[in-house]
Design a binder for this molecule. Structure first.
Ligand code: SF4
Length: 498
Protein backbone atom coordinates (compact mmCIF):
# COMPACT_ATOMS: atom_id res chain seq x y z
CA UNK A 1 0.00 0.00 0.00
CA UNK A 2 1.16 3.48 -0.82
CA UNK A 3 0.21 6.06 1.81
CA UNK A 4 -0.08 9.75 0.92
CA UNK A 5 -0.65 12.22 3.75
CA UNK A 6 -1.61 15.87 3.62
CA UNK A 7 -1.82 16.98 7.26
CA UNK A 8 -0.21 16.20 10.61
CA UNK A 9 -1.20 12.57 11.05
CA UNK A 10 1.71 10.14 11.53
CA UNK A 11 2.33 7.58 8.79
CA UNK A 12 2.87 4.85 11.38
CA UNK A 13 -0.65 5.41 12.73
CA UNK A 14 -2.18 5.12 9.25
CA UNK A 15 -0.20 1.91 8.69
CA UNK A 16 -1.62 0.46 11.92
CA UNK A 17 -5.16 1.29 10.74
CA UNK A 18 -4.46 -0.26 7.34
CA UNK A 19 -3.25 -3.51 8.90
CA UNK A 20 -6.65 -4.00 10.54
CA UNK A 21 -8.29 -4.20 7.12
CA UNK A 22 -5.43 -5.66 5.08
CA UNK A 23 -3.48 -8.07 7.34
CA UNK A 24 0.10 -8.59 6.18
CA UNK A 25 -0.01 -5.49 3.95
CA UNK A 26 3.40 -3.95 3.15
CA UNK A 27 4.24 -0.27 2.80
CA UNK A 28 6.95 0.26 0.17
CA UNK A 29 8.63 3.68 -0.06
CA UNK A 30 8.54 3.73 -3.87
CA UNK A 31 5.26 3.63 -5.77
CA UNK A 32 6.90 1.38 -8.36
CA UNK A 33 7.34 -1.32 -5.64
CA UNK A 34 3.63 -1.31 -4.74
CA UNK A 35 2.48 -4.79 -5.80
CA UNK A 36 -0.98 -4.97 -4.19
CA UNK A 37 -2.58 -1.97 -5.96
CA UNK A 38 -3.63 -0.38 -2.64
CA UNK A 39 -3.37 3.40 -2.27
CA UNK A 40 -4.49 5.40 0.78
CA UNK A 41 -4.73 9.19 0.76
CA UNK A 42 -5.37 11.03 4.03
CA UNK A 43 -6.13 14.75 4.02
CA UNK A 44 -6.85 16.71 7.19
CA UNK A 45 -7.53 20.42 7.57
CA UNK A 46 -8.76 22.83 10.22
CA UNK A 47 -12.02 24.69 9.68
CA UNK A 48 -12.89 28.26 10.76
CA UNK A 49 -15.34 26.85 13.34
CA UNK A 50 -12.52 25.22 15.40
CA UNK A 51 -13.08 21.80 13.89
CA UNK A 52 -10.76 19.39 12.20
CA UNK A 53 -11.94 17.57 9.09
CA UNK A 54 -10.27 14.46 7.78
CA UNK A 55 -10.95 12.54 4.62
CA UNK A 56 -9.57 9.17 3.60
CA UNK A 57 -9.63 7.74 0.11
CA UNK A 58 -8.84 4.05 -0.29
CA UNK A 59 -8.11 2.64 -3.72
CA UNK A 60 -7.90 -1.08 -4.36
CA UNK A 61 -7.33 -1.82 -8.02
CA UNK A 62 -10.44 -0.57 -9.83
CA UNK A 63 -12.38 0.21 -6.64
CA UNK A 64 -12.32 3.44 -4.72
CA UNK A 65 -14.07 4.29 -1.42
CA UNK A 66 -13.96 7.36 0.77
CA UNK A 67 -14.66 8.30 4.38
CA UNK A 68 -15.12 11.72 5.96
CA UNK A 69 -15.06 12.81 9.61
CA UNK A 70 -15.20 16.10 11.51
CA UNK A 71 -14.06 16.50 15.14
CA UNK A 72 -14.41 19.52 17.42
CA UNK A 73 -11.14 20.95 18.72
CA UNK A 74 -13.05 22.23 21.77
CA UNK A 75 -13.43 18.64 22.91
CA UNK A 76 -9.96 17.16 22.22
CA UNK A 77 -6.36 18.34 21.99
CA UNK A 78 -5.17 18.65 18.40
CA UNK A 79 -3.15 15.40 18.33
CA UNK A 80 -6.07 13.36 19.66
CA UNK A 81 -8.48 15.15 17.30
CA UNK A 82 -6.22 14.31 14.32
CA UNK A 83 -6.17 10.66 15.34
CA UNK A 84 -9.93 10.40 15.88
CA UNK A 85 -10.81 12.22 12.64
CA UNK A 86 -8.35 10.26 10.49
CA UNK A 87 -9.25 7.00 12.29
CA UNK A 88 -12.99 7.51 11.87
CA UNK A 89 -12.69 8.38 8.18
CA UNK A 90 -10.37 5.39 7.63
CA UNK A 91 -12.87 3.07 9.36
CA UNK A 92 -15.67 4.38 7.13
CA UNK A 93 -13.71 3.97 3.90
CA UNK A 94 -12.29 0.60 4.99
CA UNK A 95 -15.71 -0.77 5.93
CA UNK A 96 -17.16 0.24 2.55
CA UNK A 97 -14.26 -1.39 0.74
CA UNK A 98 -13.97 -4.63 2.75
CA UNK A 99 -17.22 -5.00 4.70
CA UNK A 100 -15.19 -5.19 7.93
CA UNK A 101 -15.79 -3.09 11.05
CA UNK A 102 -12.77 -3.50 13.40
CA UNK A 103 -14.32 -4.22 16.82
CA UNK A 104 -11.79 -2.14 18.78
CA UNK A 105 -12.27 0.86 16.44
CA UNK A 106 -9.16 3.02 16.40
CA UNK A 107 -7.83 1.61 19.68
CA UNK A 108 -4.66 -0.07 18.46
CA UNK A 109 -2.66 -0.58 21.70
CA UNK A 110 -1.73 -3.83 23.39
CA UNK A 111 -3.40 -3.02 26.73
CA UNK A 112 -6.92 -1.56 26.30
CA UNK A 113 -7.64 -2.01 30.01
CA UNK A 114 -5.02 0.63 30.83
CA UNK A 115 -7.22 3.31 29.29
CA UNK A 116 -10.20 2.06 31.28
CA UNK A 117 -8.09 2.07 34.46
CA UNK A 118 -7.23 5.74 33.92
CA UNK A 119 -10.92 6.53 33.55
CA UNK A 120 -11.89 4.56 36.68
CA UNK A 121 -9.17 6.43 38.58
CA UNK A 122 -10.77 9.71 37.47
CA UNK A 123 -14.00 8.56 39.12
CA UNK A 124 -15.90 7.08 36.15
CA UNK A 125 -17.94 3.96 36.89
CA UNK A 126 -17.68 0.90 34.61
CA UNK A 127 -20.49 2.01 32.31
CA UNK A 128 -19.24 5.59 32.05
CA UNK A 129 -15.71 4.35 31.29
CA UNK A 130 -17.05 2.01 28.59
CA UNK A 131 -19.12 4.82 27.04
CA UNK A 132 -16.11 7.16 27.01
CA UNK A 133 -13.93 4.51 25.32
CA UNK A 134 -16.63 3.85 22.70
CA UNK A 135 -16.99 7.56 22.01
CA UNK A 136 -13.29 8.41 21.80
CA UNK A 137 -11.91 5.29 20.14
CA UNK A 138 -14.98 4.20 18.15
CA UNK A 139 -14.78 0.87 19.97
CA UNK A 140 -17.84 -1.37 19.80
CA UNK A 141 -19.86 -1.39 23.04
CA UNK A 142 -19.15 -4.98 24.18
CA UNK A 143 -15.38 -4.52 23.73
CA UNK A 144 -15.35 -1.23 25.63
CA UNK A 145 -17.38 -2.85 28.40
CA UNK A 146 -14.93 -5.77 28.53
CA UNK A 147 -11.97 -3.40 28.90
CA UNK A 148 -13.74 -1.60 31.75
CA UNK A 149 -14.66 -4.84 33.54
CA UNK A 150 -11.07 -6.06 33.30
CA UNK A 151 -9.81 -2.73 34.65
CA UNK A 152 -12.18 -3.03 37.61
CA UNK A 153 -11.03 -6.60 38.37
CA UNK A 154 -7.38 -5.55 38.16
CA UNK A 155 -7.87 -2.65 40.54
CA UNK A 156 -8.91 -5.13 43.24
CA UNK A 157 -5.64 -7.05 42.76
CA UNK A 158 -3.24 -4.10 42.67
CA UNK A 159 -2.41 -2.46 45.98
CA UNK A 160 0.36 -0.14 47.19
CA UNK A 161 2.08 -3.25 48.54
CA UNK A 162 2.08 -5.02 45.16
CA UNK A 163 3.73 -1.98 43.58
CA UNK A 164 6.60 -2.29 46.08
CA UNK A 165 7.05 -6.01 45.35
CA UNK A 166 8.37 -7.79 42.26
CA UNK A 167 7.86 -11.04 40.36
CA UNK A 168 10.22 -13.61 38.88
CA UNK A 169 10.03 -15.20 35.42
CA UNK A 170 12.02 -18.30 34.47
CA UNK A 171 12.10 -19.38 30.83
CA UNK A 172 12.28 -22.93 29.45
CA UNK A 173 12.33 -22.34 25.67
CA UNK A 174 12.12 -26.00 24.65
CA UNK A 175 9.13 -27.98 23.31
CA UNK A 176 8.78 -31.64 22.30
CA UNK A 177 7.64 -30.67 18.76
CA UNK A 178 6.74 -27.44 16.98
CA UNK A 179 3.08 -26.41 16.53
CA UNK A 180 2.30 -25.15 13.02
CA UNK A 181 1.18 -21.68 14.18
CA UNK A 182 4.17 -21.03 16.44
CA UNK A 183 6.87 -18.45 15.85
CA UNK A 184 8.42 -18.54 19.32
CA UNK A 185 12.16 -19.26 19.49
CA UNK A 186 11.56 -22.59 21.27
CA UNK A 187 13.99 -25.41 20.45
CA UNK A 188 12.20 -28.55 19.29
CA UNK A 189 14.59 -30.82 17.35
CA UNK A 190 16.23 -33.82 19.01
CA UNK A 191 19.67 -32.26 18.65
CA UNK A 192 18.60 -28.97 20.23
CA UNK A 193 16.63 -30.70 22.99
CA UNK A 194 19.89 -32.42 23.96
CA UNK A 195 21.08 -28.98 25.17
CA UNK A 196 18.59 -29.12 28.07
CA UNK A 197 21.03 -30.50 30.72
CA UNK A 198 23.64 -27.83 29.94
CA UNK A 199 20.92 -25.14 29.75
CA UNK A 200 19.61 -26.16 33.17
CA UNK A 201 23.07 -25.91 34.74
CA UNK A 202 23.46 -22.34 33.52
CA UNK A 203 19.84 -21.43 34.29
CA UNK A 204 20.19 -22.64 37.88
CA UNK A 205 23.24 -20.47 38.44
CA UNK A 206 21.38 -17.54 36.86
CA UNK A 207 18.42 -18.15 39.21
CA UNK A 208 20.73 -18.04 42.23
CA UNK A 209 22.14 -14.69 41.00
CA UNK A 210 18.64 -13.37 40.37
CA UNK A 211 17.28 -14.10 43.86
CA UNK A 212 20.44 -12.71 45.44
CA UNK A 213 20.03 -9.50 43.45
CA UNK A 214 16.36 -9.20 44.49
CA UNK A 215 17.37 -9.70 48.13
CA UNK A 216 20.11 -7.06 47.85
CA UNK A 217 17.54 -4.62 46.43
CA UNK A 218 15.32 -5.25 49.47
CA UNK A 219 12.38 -6.42 47.39
CA UNK A 220 9.82 -9.14 48.15
CA UNK A 221 8.62 -11.60 45.53
CA UNK A 222 4.85 -11.67 45.00
CA UNK A 223 4.77 -14.32 42.25
CA UNK A 224 7.00 -16.71 40.33
CA UNK A 225 6.19 -17.88 36.79
CA UNK A 226 7.97 -20.69 34.96
CA UNK A 227 7.05 -20.24 31.31
CA UNK A 228 7.93 -21.72 27.97
CA UNK A 229 8.11 -23.24 25.53
CA UNK A 230 6.92 -26.13 27.60
CA UNK A 231 8.37 -26.38 31.12
CA UNK A 232 7.11 -29.96 31.50
CA UNK A 233 9.35 -30.99 28.60
CA UNK A 234 11.87 -31.46 31.46
CA UNK A 235 12.07 -35.01 32.81
CA UNK A 236 11.24 -35.52 36.53
CA UNK A 237 14.89 -35.39 37.54
CA UNK A 238 15.48 -32.14 35.61
CA UNK A 239 12.29 -30.60 36.94
CA UNK A 240 13.32 -31.42 40.51
CA UNK A 241 16.72 -29.84 39.88
CA UNK A 242 15.08 -26.62 38.65
CA UNK A 243 12.47 -26.42 41.41
CA UNK A 244 14.93 -27.25 44.18
CA UNK A 245 17.23 -24.48 42.93
CA UNK A 246 14.33 -22.01 43.00
CA UNK A 247 13.35 -23.17 46.48
CA UNK A 248 16.92 -22.97 47.79
CA UNK A 249 17.52 -19.52 46.27
CA UNK A 250 14.20 -18.25 47.60
CA UNK A 251 15.04 -19.49 51.11
CA UNK A 252 18.61 -18.22 51.25
CA UNK A 253 17.64 -14.77 49.93
CA UNK A 254 14.57 -14.55 52.19
CA UNK A 255 12.57 -12.75 49.47
CA UNK A 256 9.63 -15.15 49.19
CA UNK A 257 8.15 -14.87 52.69
CA UNK A 258 4.92 -13.35 51.32
CA UNK A 259 4.74 -15.05 47.94
CA UNK A 260 1.14 -15.44 46.76
CA UNK A 261 1.46 -17.45 43.56
CA UNK A 262 3.86 -19.95 41.98
CA UNK A 263 2.89 -20.85 38.41
CA UNK A 264 4.38 -23.49 36.18
CA UNK A 265 2.96 -23.19 32.69
CA UNK A 266 3.00 -26.91 32.04
CA UNK A 267 1.38 -26.35 28.67
CA UNK A 268 1.36 -29.30 26.31
CA UNK A 269 -0.78 -32.21 27.59
CA UNK A 270 1.61 -34.71 25.98
CA UNK A 271 4.34 -33.75 28.48
CA UNK A 272 2.30 -33.86 31.70
CA UNK A 273 2.73 -36.84 34.05
CA UNK A 274 1.66 -37.53 37.63
CA UNK A 275 5.30 -37.83 38.70
CA UNK A 276 6.19 -34.36 37.37
CA UNK A 277 3.15 -32.70 38.93
CA UNK A 278 3.79 -34.43 42.27
CA UNK A 279 7.26 -32.89 42.30
CA UNK A 280 5.81 -29.50 41.31
CA UNK A 281 3.23 -29.67 44.09
CA UNK A 282 5.87 -30.66 46.68
CA UNK A 283 7.92 -27.60 45.77
CA UNK A 284 4.96 -25.26 46.22
CA UNK A 285 3.69 -24.78 42.65
CA UNK A 286 0.17 -23.40 43.15
CA UNK A 287 -0.97 -22.85 39.55
CA UNK A 288 -0.46 -24.75 36.31
CA UNK A 289 -1.73 -24.44 32.80
CA UNK A 290 -2.93 -27.40 30.75
CA UNK A 291 -3.43 -26.18 27.21
CA UNK A 292 -5.43 -28.14 24.65
CA UNK A 293 -6.23 -24.99 22.52
CA UNK A 294 -9.19 -26.94 21.06
CA UNK A 295 -11.06 -30.14 21.88
CA UNK A 296 -11.37 -31.13 18.24
CA UNK A 297 -8.91 -33.82 17.09
CA UNK A 298 -9.13 -32.77 13.44
CA UNK A 299 -8.22 -29.17 14.32
CA UNK A 300 -5.39 -30.36 16.58
CA UNK A 301 -3.94 -32.18 13.56
CA UNK A 302 -4.29 -29.11 11.32
CA UNK A 303 -2.47 -26.88 13.83
CA UNK A 304 0.26 -29.46 14.34
CA UNK A 305 -0.26 -30.14 18.05
CA UNK A 306 1.27 -33.53 18.78
CA UNK A 307 -1.46 -34.59 21.21
CA UNK A 308 -5.06 -35.72 21.08
CA UNK A 309 -8.21 -34.66 22.93
CA UNK A 310 -7.91 -37.84 25.03
CA UNK A 311 -4.35 -36.81 25.98
CA UNK A 312 -5.77 -33.53 27.25
CA UNK A 313 -8.43 -35.24 29.38
CA UNK A 314 -5.78 -37.56 30.85
CA UNK A 315 -3.48 -34.62 31.60
CA UNK A 316 -6.32 -32.64 33.14
CA UNK A 317 -7.29 -35.54 35.42
CA UNK A 318 -3.65 -35.89 36.48
CA UNK A 319 -3.50 -32.15 37.19
CA UNK A 320 -6.73 -32.15 39.17
CA UNK A 321 -5.43 -34.97 41.40
CA UNK A 322 -2.02 -33.38 41.90
CA UNK A 323 -2.95 -31.14 44.82
CA UNK A 324 -2.10 -28.04 42.79
CA UNK A 325 -4.77 -25.51 43.62
CA UNK A 326 -5.40 -23.61 40.39
CA UNK A 327 -5.56 -25.02 36.89
CA UNK A 328 -5.78 -22.81 33.83
CA UNK A 329 -6.91 -24.08 30.45
CA UNK A 330 -5.82 -22.15 27.34
CA UNK A 331 -8.07 -22.12 24.27
CA UNK A 332 -7.71 -20.42 20.88
CA UNK A 333 -10.66 -18.97 18.94
CA UNK A 334 -10.55 -18.82 15.14
CA UNK A 335 -8.17 -21.73 14.52
CA UNK A 336 -7.83 -22.94 10.92
CA UNK A 337 -10.24 -25.83 10.35
CA UNK A 338 -12.37 -24.99 13.39
CA UNK A 339 -16.07 -24.10 13.23
CA UNK A 340 -18.40 -22.18 15.49
CA UNK A 341 -20.11 -25.38 16.59
CA UNK A 342 -16.85 -27.13 17.35
CA UNK A 343 -15.54 -24.14 19.33
CA UNK A 344 -18.79 -23.97 21.32
CA UNK A 345 -18.37 -27.65 22.11
CA UNK A 346 -14.78 -26.98 23.24
CA UNK A 347 -15.85 -24.16 25.56
CA UNK A 348 -18.80 -26.16 26.98
CA UNK A 349 -16.62 -29.21 27.61
CA UNK A 350 -13.90 -27.16 29.31
CA UNK A 351 -16.45 -25.36 31.50
CA UNK A 352 -17.90 -28.71 32.58
CA UNK A 353 -14.46 -29.60 34.02
CA UNK A 354 -14.71 -26.49 36.26
CA UNK A 355 -11.07 -25.32 36.23
CA UNK A 356 -10.49 -22.11 38.20
CA UNK A 357 -9.03 -20.33 35.15
CA UNK A 358 -9.80 -20.36 31.42
CA UNK A 359 -7.90 -18.15 28.98
CA UNK A 360 -9.35 -17.54 25.53
CA UNK A 361 -6.87 -16.35 22.89
CA UNK A 362 -7.63 -15.22 19.38
CA UNK A 363 -5.67 -17.01 16.68
CA UNK A 364 -2.73 -14.87 15.68
CA UNK A 365 -0.48 -15.59 12.76
CA UNK A 366 3.14 -14.54 13.10
CA UNK A 367 5.28 -13.90 10.04
CA UNK A 368 7.48 -16.95 10.51
CA UNK A 369 4.69 -19.47 11.20
CA UNK A 370 3.87 -22.20 8.71
CA UNK A 371 0.35 -20.77 8.23
CA UNK A 372 1.59 -17.34 7.21
CA UNK A 373 4.23 -18.75 4.93
CA UNK A 374 1.79 -21.09 3.21
CA UNK A 375 -1.15 -18.63 3.39
CA UNK A 376 -3.36 -21.33 4.90
CA UNK A 377 -5.70 -19.15 6.92
CA UNK A 378 -8.22 -16.36 6.46
CA UNK A 379 -7.15 -13.37 8.54
CA UNK A 380 -10.51 -11.66 8.02
CA UNK A 381 -12.72 -14.63 8.83
CA UNK A 382 -15.72 -13.72 11.05
CA UNK A 383 -15.35 -17.09 12.83
CA UNK A 384 -13.07 -15.78 15.61
CA UNK A 385 -15.54 -12.99 16.45
CA UNK A 386 -18.44 -15.43 16.82
CA UNK A 387 -16.33 -17.78 18.94
CA UNK A 388 -15.04 -14.98 21.16
CA UNK A 389 -18.57 -13.69 21.66
CA UNK A 390 -19.80 -17.14 22.65
CA UNK A 391 -16.92 -17.69 25.09
CA UNK A 392 -17.60 -14.35 26.79
CA UNK A 393 -21.28 -15.16 27.29
CA UNK A 394 -20.79 -18.77 28.34
CA UNK A 395 -17.94 -18.10 30.76
CA UNK A 396 -19.62 -15.16 32.46
CA UNK A 397 -22.86 -17.14 32.81
CA UNK A 398 -20.82 -19.96 34.38
CA UNK A 399 -19.29 -17.88 37.18
CA UNK A 400 -16.06 -16.76 35.48
CA UNK A 401 -15.04 -13.10 35.32
CA UNK A 402 -12.58 -11.48 32.89
CA UNK A 403 -9.55 -10.24 34.87
CA UNK A 404 -6.78 -9.64 32.37
CA UNK A 405 -6.55 -8.93 28.70
CA UNK A 406 -4.13 -8.02 25.94
CA UNK A 407 -4.16 -7.59 22.20
CA UNK A 408 -1.67 -8.81 19.63
CA UNK A 409 -0.98 -7.85 16.06
CA UNK A 410 -2.30 -10.08 13.27
CA UNK A 411 -5.11 -11.69 15.26
CA UNK A 412 -7.93 -13.03 13.11
CA UNK A 413 -10.69 -10.40 13.05
CA UNK A 414 -8.72 -8.01 15.34
CA UNK A 415 -9.97 -9.63 18.53
CA UNK A 416 -8.28 -9.95 21.94
CA UNK A 417 -6.92 -12.49 24.45
CA UNK A 418 -8.79 -12.64 27.76
CA UNK A 419 -8.05 -14.42 31.03
CA UNK A 420 -11.16 -15.49 32.97
CA UNK A 421 -11.22 -16.83 36.49
CA UNK A 422 -13.51 -17.82 39.28
CA UNK A 423 -13.27 -14.70 41.49
CA UNK A 424 -10.45 -15.10 44.00
CA UNK A 425 -8.42 -17.38 41.68
CA UNK A 426 -7.01 -14.80 39.25
CA UNK A 427 -3.56 -15.44 37.79
CA UNK A 428 -1.70 -12.68 39.61
CA UNK A 429 1.49 -12.81 37.55
CA UNK A 430 -0.57 -12.13 34.40
CA UNK A 431 -1.93 -8.93 35.90
CA UNK A 432 1.38 -7.75 37.37
CA UNK A 433 3.18 -8.34 34.08
CA UNK A 434 0.53 -7.03 31.70
CA UNK A 435 -0.28 -3.86 33.64
CA UNK A 436 3.38 -3.16 34.51
CA UNK A 437 2.52 -3.06 38.20
CA UNK A 438 6.03 -3.91 39.40
CA UNK A 439 9.43 -5.18 38.22
CA UNK A 440 9.79 -8.61 36.67
CA UNK A 441 13.21 -10.21 37.18
CA UNK A 442 13.84 -12.90 34.58
CA UNK A 443 16.25 -15.76 33.97
CA UNK A 444 16.66 -17.90 30.85
CA UNK A 445 17.05 -17.46 27.11
CA UNK A 446 14.72 -14.98 25.42
CA UNK A 447 13.43 -13.70 28.76
CA UNK A 448 13.18 -10.00 29.56
CA UNK A 449 13.83 -8.31 32.88
CA UNK A 450 11.71 -5.23 33.31
CA UNK A 451 12.44 -2.62 35.96
CA UNK A 452 9.31 -0.66 36.92
CA UNK A 453 9.55 2.30 39.28
CA UNK A 454 6.91 3.34 41.80
CA UNK A 455 4.37 5.75 40.25
CA UNK A 456 5.16 9.47 40.47
CA UNK A 457 2.55 12.05 41.53
CA UNK A 458 0.83 11.87 38.14
CA UNK A 459 0.75 8.08 38.30
CA UNK A 460 3.50 7.62 35.67
CA UNK A 461 6.15 4.93 36.05
CA UNK A 462 9.66 4.65 34.57
CA UNK A 463 10.36 1.37 32.78
CA UNK A 464 13.64 -0.15 31.60
CA UNK A 465 13.99 -3.48 29.84
CA UNK A 466 16.99 -5.83 29.73
CA UNK A 467 16.98 -8.70 27.26
CA UNK A 468 18.61 -12.08 27.69
CA UNK A 469 20.08 -13.71 24.54
CA UNK A 470 17.26 -14.96 22.32
CA UNK A 471 18.24 -18.59 21.69
CA UNK A 472 19.38 -21.17 24.29
CA UNK A 473 22.58 -21.69 22.30
CA UNK A 474 23.46 -17.96 22.48
CA UNK A 475 22.55 -17.91 26.16
CA UNK A 476 24.97 -20.78 26.85
CA UNK A 477 27.74 -19.27 24.71
CA UNK A 478 27.51 -15.90 26.40
CA UNK A 479 27.55 -17.50 29.81
CA UNK A 480 30.70 -19.43 28.90
CA UNK A 481 32.46 -16.40 27.47
CA UNK A 482 31.50 -13.52 29.75
CA UNK A 483 29.46 -14.96 32.63
CA UNK A 484 25.89 -14.34 33.75
CA UNK A 485 24.04 -11.37 32.27
CA UNK A 486 21.92 -11.29 35.45
CA UNK A 487 25.00 -10.54 37.53
CA UNK A 488 25.82 -7.72 35.09
CA UNK A 489 22.33 -6.27 35.75
CA UNK A 490 23.30 -5.47 39.31
CA UNK A 491 24.82 -2.08 38.51
CA UNK A 492 21.80 -0.99 36.44
CA UNK A 493 19.40 -2.26 39.12
CA UNK A 494 21.17 -0.41 41.92
CA UNK A 495 21.15 2.80 39.86
CA UNK A 496 17.48 2.41 38.83
CA UNK A 497 16.11 1.69 42.31
CA UNK A 498 18.35 4.10 44.26
S1 SF4 B 1 3.83 -25.53 22.74
FE1 SF4 B 1 3.73 -23.29 22.50
S2 SF4 B 1 5.87 -22.58 22.41
FE2 SF4 B 1 5.85 -24.82 22.05
S3 SF4 B 1 5.81 -25.06 19.82
FE3 SF4 B 1 3.68 -25.13 20.53
S4 SF4 B 1 2.95 -23.00 20.42
FE4 SF4 B 1 5.20 -22.93 20.28
Amino acid sequence: MIIRINGNIKKYYVETLAMMFFPGVRFPENESDNTDGLICTVVSERGDDNTLTSSVELVSGERKETGLSRVSLDEYDSETAEKIAAGDSFLKAGEKLTGIRPPWGILTGVRPAKIATELLEKGYDVKEAADAISRTYLTLGPKAELASKVALAERKLITDQTREECSVYIGIPFCPTRCAYCSFVSYTSKKLLSLIPEYLEVLCSDIADLFKLIGDLGKNVASIYIGGGTPTVLDPHQLEKLLSRISLSAKSSGVCENIREFTMEAGRPDTITGEKLKIASEYGVSRISVNPQTLNDDVLKIIGRAHSVDDFYRAYETASKSGINDINIDLIAGLPGDSEESFRNTVDSVVSLAPTNITVHTFSVKKSSVFRMEERYDALSPLAGKCIEYSQQKLQCSGYEPYYMYRQKNTVGNHENVGYSIPGHEGLYNVYMMEEVHSIFSAGASSVTKFVSLPDEEGNVRIERFFQPKYPYEYLEEHKETGSRTEKLRKEALAFFS
